[in-house]
Write a protein that binds this ligand. Structure first.
Ligand code: AMP
Length: 578
């Protein structure tokens, strides 16, 4: 299907009017048609350089990063399901269910289905449909900015009749396309599945190349601002140094390294004392305040304040004009943490009321206060600023102590466990806050050997009590851009969760083999296990002993799962210990 890479083909991708959606789609196709990273960067940087308007530049970079709207935008979801897209494709291209199903079986992706539907449709049919939309723009080529405004319309279509309205919006877009690859990439953008072998790192390199900046400058601006679209315009203007952290705009979270035991942890720090904090098991959240506006951002930088109204209301009463806190949202009642799983009820609006799942926000860092960024200041200073805030429940401070000796760490670890927390996070008091980086300044210590974050790639129906529901999950870890299967798990989820998983797995099925389904790698699980063994059974070369699902990580995306390298490390560390 893909064009071969040769000089002539690449010439074809030279496009005149860069602001059209056609130019974007052809660029994607050219990127997809080469495996060479250098070539991808060259094609993309040429395209980005040609984009005249900053708005178009931001849109293209957002789409290329597999997102529909930039990080922190008010609108973050178009809420368009597969069946809506399916119906719009049927109508626009005059296809039957069976036609589309046969294309889907052939390609396994909706974008390619759209491309094939376009290729095999009659131009006359499309013209008739186009004329029915009665728009003065219908003869003009579709631009990137028009696509963005239609996406906003899709996001705003809510309530009664929303699906019909969304189908019409999609049809109006599809009818204006001129070549099949446009249909392919329009749908891929919409489903956030670009599949062109372009990780965010390559987008960063392309931005650097397009505007003559260093990769380091682009990368650190991206880490601080958490917004690659914004970074692209700053790079164009030569203003990357202005990328800064500010309230109401999410930044990437600082990450923690892990240690096997207190001894191992102790050795990771060059000097004492260190801060030792309880590790809370909940949802990582940045709490932003500017005047009386409060927003809460989750790990993937989505605004989730609507799920936690009591936190928003308590934060809006704080006397500081502006503020950014980092912390963990934990289900909590009568002075004790509750099971993490309960938070899902709040996130999926299943809690009957706030009291049903009460919460606490444990603040452990302060990144911004009263017009001043604190991220480059040492943790000891950030902690002082944090402790000076007058937080009222459900906002509170994390438990923290300055410790000097291994024994103190072991003691605090037991204390944390006995109070129902997960372990400790130990931090260097002199360290700055490094967004998006996993360094040695924060080290976590948990109870099990370790857990792995994995993604489900296939699933099977259960037996006996579990007949009729999909309860057996095959999961994989990452190696480069590949997924390698490492095990299967049956236990750990509640009946209700299995029922919900069954529906979800059906909706992301790529190939239905009857009793078994190959699914899109979307659902991240945290699995615990007793040991890692070498095994011929799976293509990773390893298998987990007694794997059990600890929880579904709705907050993590598949590109955040653990790597085969981590599996090897754990395997080696057990051998040393054995
Ligand atoms: P993990 O999710 O196991 O990789 O552990 C790292 C996570 O622990 C962070 O992303 C936070 O969500 C969470 N966490 C809980 N308590 C703390 C704390 N006191 N300091 C930093 N992170 C914490």
């Amino acid at each position: 299907m893909r064009p071969e890479t040769n000089e002539d083909e690449e010439e074809r991708y030279e496009v005149s009017s860069s602001s059209t959606f056609e130019a974007f789609a052809l660029t994607c196709e050219a990127i997809s048609s080469t495996r060479s990273k250098l070539k991808k960067i060259e094609v993309l940087s040429n395209y980005l350089r040609q984009l005249q308007s900053e708005q178009d530049l931001q849109t293209a970079v957002t789409f290329l990063s597999g997102k529909i709207f930039p990080a922190g935008a008010d609108e973050c979801e178009v809420n368009v399901g597969y069946s809506t897209i399916w119906r719009a494709l049927e109508e626009t291209f005059g296809k039957s269910q069976d036609d589309l199903s046969s294309y889907y079986l052939r390609h396994g992706d909706l974008g390619s289905v759209a491309e094939e539907a376009f290729k095999t449709s009659s131009p006359q049919q499309r013209r008739i449909l186009l004329s029915s939309f009665d728009s003065s723009d219908s003869e003009k080529q579709l631009t990137l900015s028009e696509v963005v405004s239609s996406f906003h319309e899709l996001a705003r279509a809510k309530g009664k009749g929303a699906i019909e309205r969304k189908i019409l919006i999609l049809e109006a877009l599809l009818a204006r396309l001129r070549i099949p690859v446009e249909a392919k990439y329009l749908i891929r953008v919409l489903t956030s599945e670009m599949r062109i072998g372009l990780v965010e790192g390559l987008v960063e390199e392309s931005i650097a190349k397009a505007f003559g900046r260093t990769l380091e400058e682009v990368r650190s601006a991206n880490l601080v601002s958490g917004n690659i679209a914004l970074v692209s315009t700053l790079a164009k203007r030569g203003e990357l140094h202005l990328a800064k952290i500010e309230p109401l705009k999410p930044t990437n979270f600082m990450l923690a390294d892990s240690a096997q035991d207190p001894q191992d942890l102790f050795q990771k720090f060059d000097s004492m004392p260190v801060f030792s904090e309880f590790k809370y098991d909940g949802i990582r959240a940045q709490l932003h305040k500017r005047s009386d506006i409060v927003k809460i951002f989750s790990r993937n930088l989505e605004e989730v304040g609507k799920f936690f109204p009591e936190l928003v209301s308590s934060a809006s009463k704080l006397e500081q004009e502006d503020l950014i806190l980092d912390g963990e949202i934990v289900p909590f009642r009568d002075g004790k943490p509750l099971s993490f799983q309960l938070l899902q009820r709040r996130l999926r609006k299943k809690a009957r009321s706030i009291e049903d799942v009460p919460l606490m926000y444990f603040a452990f860092d302060l990144l911004f206060r009263n017009s001043v960024s604190f991220i480059e200041r040492p943790l000891s200073e950030r902690v002082m600023a944090l402790e000076s805030l007058k937080l009222e429940q459900p906002l509170t401070l994390s438990s923290r102590r300055l410790v000097n000796r291994i024994e103190e760490i072991s003691e605090m670890f037991s204390e944390s466990k006995s109070q129902g927390y997960e372990g400790l996070v130990v931090k260097d008091p002199n360290s700055s806050y490094t967004p998006g980086r996993r360094g040695r300044s924060w080290v976590k210590l948990k109870k099990e050997l370790d857990t792995l974050d994995v993604v489900i790639v296939a699933a099977e129906y259960g037996h006996g009590k579990r007949a009729g529901v999909i309860s057996d999950y095959t999961f994989a870890v990452r190696e480069g851009s590949d997924l390698k299967v490492i095990g299967k798990a049956y236990s750990g989820l509640t009946d209700l969760e299995i029922k919900e998983m069954t529906d979800l797995l059906k909706s992301i099925t790529e190939i239905d083999q009857g009793y078994r389904r190959i699914v899109k790698p979307k659902i991240v699980l945290e699995v615990a296990f007793d040991a890692i063994q070498k095994s011929e059974r799976h293509d990773s070369g390893f298998a987990l002993r007694f794997p059990r699902i600890k929880r579904i990580r709705w907050d993590k995306s598949p590109n955040e799962i653990d790597t085969l390298d981590k599996v090897r490390q754990i395997y080696e560390s057990q051998r040393v210990r054995a």
